[in-house]
Design a protein around this ligand. Structure first.
Ligand code: E4P
Length: 217
């Protein structure tokens, strides 16, 4: 399973990248706004900076909602760097645009996916990635990880190439559950990734080893 970080914060991206296990980055307009990026020039420059920091797929989201505009915006985003993946919302015009990008060799991430039916359409259009938002499903009283399992089953049966990119991750346990459920990629904020490192028995075990090592130092 690939690990992407879900942020536009350069210091967090650097920290995750320094771990040596980072395969890519996802962003969205809310994450860009959170770090104070304003205006299309600044947004494009920010994507370029991220692409130069991380050797992997970098999702850059369109803010257009009509087919022609999505295609034009996506072409500009894709021209920033060879690792850009154009992130397109799961709407009628978005599906048309994903098919166009597929036919024209541009990688896509179909975002805001909340059902298996939406995931089937994304795969039919040839999306590189499909992003089910499991935390938001949990927030609404359903079980987000079950959607990952269902999509993994369907993609397996149908032989779809689209990769399942589990998004809207809220905890380290979400990452583990997504790995078990068959996600190809998980995109997570930094804290749940770092949380995977932690276990109290590791800490107490290491403390004991270091204490004993001092006895023969
Ligand atoms: C990633 O591609 C999504 O934009 C992101 O994971 C959404 O997460 P949120 O539900 O925490 O905003």
């Amino acid at each position: 399973m690939k690990f992407f970080i879900d942020t536009a914060d350069l210091s967090q991206i650097r920290e995750a990248n320094d771990l040596g296990i980072l395969d890519g980055v996802t962003t969205n307009p809310s994450l860009m706004a959170k770090v104070g990026i304003k205006g299309s020039e600044a947004v494009y420059q920010h994507y370029k900076t991220i692409c130069e920091m991380v050797d992997g797929d970098i999702s850059a989201e369109v803010v257009s909602t009509e087919f022609k505009e999505i295609v034009e915006e996506g072409k500009k985003l894709a021209a920033i760097h060879g690792n850009i993946v154009v992130k397109v919302p799961m709407i009628r015009e978005g599906i048309k645009a994903i098919k166009w990008f597929t036919d024209n060799g541009i990688k896509t991430n179909c975002t805001l996916v909340f059902s298996a039916g939406q995931a089937i359409l994304a795969a039919k259009a040839g999306a590189t990635y499909v992003s089910p938002f499991i935390g938001r499903i949990d927030d609404s009283g359903w079980e987000g990880v079950q959607l990952i399992e269902q999509i993994a089953d369907i993609y397996g049966v149908q032989g779809y190439d689209t990769q399942i990119l589990a998004a809207s991750i809220r905890s380290s346990n979400h990452i583990i559950q997504c790995a078990q459920a068959g996600a190809d990629v998980v995109t997570s904020p930094l804290e749940p990734i770092l949380g995977l490192l932690k276990h109290p028995l590791t800490d107490s075990g290491l403390a004991k080893f270091l204490e004993d090592a001092r006895k023969f130092a």
